[in-house]
Design a protein around this ligand. Structure first.
Ligand code: ALA
Length: 460
């Protein structure tokens, strides 16, 4: 503890301890959003969701999940522009709904971003291994699987998390530039896929369109909702954005709109070029295009998928560090988490610590089954944000709102209902795990957060 205190007092950690660098533009934010949104959802989950849940109607699942996300995104845009803060939904809840609700949402966001980064890094490892195998090399099995799966450690998953933590530590502009280049790769890959797939569509593949009925479409939507998660991470960049009141709504809504169009196109084409029954494989988009005889395109799609997964991990880890930063600045978590390095202007300590923890989890746990926890956590945050818009319009009608959710309270209510509908379609075991996570959070709050809170969050 003494060492910690001394470290905390050193010059390195003193000047402008809690101030981040304001340098992100609207295009940085749109790319940040696309970076966080397009990843395992479209490149991996679409296959299993089409094959086992929705059939060719997976496109409707995407439309449905897109609606739920749009209502939530509009509410996020309103609160981010009028309240601001690096803590996203946590900060809005603090300003409008009080400390305990804010804590619960903050804890919930830690689950979303932490577990999200972790599960996507495990998927990343699988994809990279496929590519390494395809070019004739092999990583020994014990370095690809965690002990629960008969291996020693998942080294690639650990490696990517550590590498991305280092990039995040360098500075937010550096991270945004790195993100922009990998987003470009994935967008090119998607464009190439669309260009090739359009020539191979056979309408017979769309029949029967809804083999599992409407129920299949809805449970498919609850699963592919994962593909939309990430636009909310844009709101964690509020304190690092130039003119956030205008640019954050642009970043959130712009990135979601672009990705929704891409998802509808890709899922429609994917089920049009092959029978949905063939899609339950690890890399459905790349494999389908390979089966059509397009080796080069399949390689480009695989590269795009790896780029996609990389940017998702990067932005989720970015979001996680900013949530920790905001909660710590309000006293709910130890003060060291909010210390900003004077040179890089990034919360270096918490980036390193969370990077280390995520790397360990990714290396030693089989987290794939826990991915649905990310969905339930995110849906809970979305519902709170929609509710926050209705509540704040009522309690603080004069609050300056540079962006307003249209048709309020109708749209926020539709957001609550659609997210709630997706939530109740998640498996019982996911609910149980989520409740256990929240109980652990309440214990931490009552043992630490409540007595250390400094009330700053109320003034956000
Ligand atoms: N939306 C992100 C993905 O699909 C989480 O990987």
């Amino acid at each position: 503890m003494d060492i910690m205190r001394q470290l905390f007092r050193t010059k390195l950690f003193q000047p402008e301890r809690n101030v981040l660098r304001q340098c992100l533009t609207a295009s940085d934010l749109i790319l940040l959003g696309i970076g966080a949104i397009i990843g395992a959802g479209i490149f991996v989950l679409t296959g299993v969701a089409a094959a086992t849940k929705a059939g060719p109607a997976i496109v409707l699942s995407y439309v449905l999940a897109g609606f739920a996300s749009t209502f939530a995104a509009l509410c996020y845009a309103e609160l981010a522009a009028s309240i601001g803060g690096a803590g996203s939904a946590y900060t809005y809840a603090y300003a409008g709904l009080g400390e305990l609700i804010a804590w619960i949402i903050g804890w919930d966001l830690i689950l979303e971003y932490g577990l999200g980064a972790c599960s996507v890094s495990i998927g990343w490892s699988g994809y990279v291994n496929d590519v390494i195998n395809a070019i004739g090399f092999q990583i020994p099995d014990q370095f690809l699987k965690c002990p629960f799966e008969g291996g020693l450690v998942n080294l690639p998953a650990m490696g990517i998390v550590i590498l991305l933590s280092c990039i995040l530590g360098l500075g937010v502009k550096q991270s945004a530039n790195f993100n922009a280049s990998i987003v470009l790769i994935k967008l090119i890959a998607i464009a190439v896929f669309i260009g090739v797939a359009i020539q191979h569509v056979n309408p017979i593949n769309w029949s029967p369109f809804m083999p599992f009925g409407w129920h299949g479409v809805v449970s498919g939507a609850a699963l592919v909702f994962f593909a939309y998660i990430g636009f909310d991470a844009v709101s964690t960049a509020t304190e690092e954005t130039i003119n956030p009141q205008k640019n954050i709504p642009l970043g959130i809504i712009g990135s979601l709109a672009i990705c929704t169009v891409i998802y509808i196109l890709v899922s429609f084409l994917l089920t049009g070029i092959t029978s949905y029954t063939t899609l339950n494989v690890k890399s459905p988009v790349a494999e389908t295009i390979l089966n059509l005889g397009h080796r080069l395109t399949a390689g480009i799609v695989a590269a795009g998928a790896i780029a996609g997964l990389t940017s998702v991990i990067l932005i989720f880890m970015y979001g996680l560090s900013r949530i920790f930063f905001a909660m710590s600045r309000d006293g709910l978590l130890p003060p060291l988490f909010a210390v900003v390095h004077p040179k890089t202007k990034t919360p270096l300590f918490i980036i390193s610590l969370s990077g280390l923890i995520i790397a360990l989890l990714a290396g030693f746990l089989p987290l794939s089954t826990v991915a649905e926890l990310v969905n339930i956590g995110t849906l809970a945050a979305f519902i709170t944000v929609c509710f926050g818009v209705i509540f704040l319009r009522h309690t603080q009608p004069k609050l300056h709102r540079p962006f307003k959710t249209p048709y309020s309270p109708l749209f926020p209510i539709l957001g609550i209902l659609s997210c709630g509908y997706l939530m109740i379609n998640l498996p019982g075991i996911t609910w149980l795990r989520f409740i256990i996570w929240l109980i652990i959070g309440l214990i931490v709050y009552f043992c630490y957060g409540q007595s250390h809170a400094n009330g700053h969050g109320v003034k956000s």
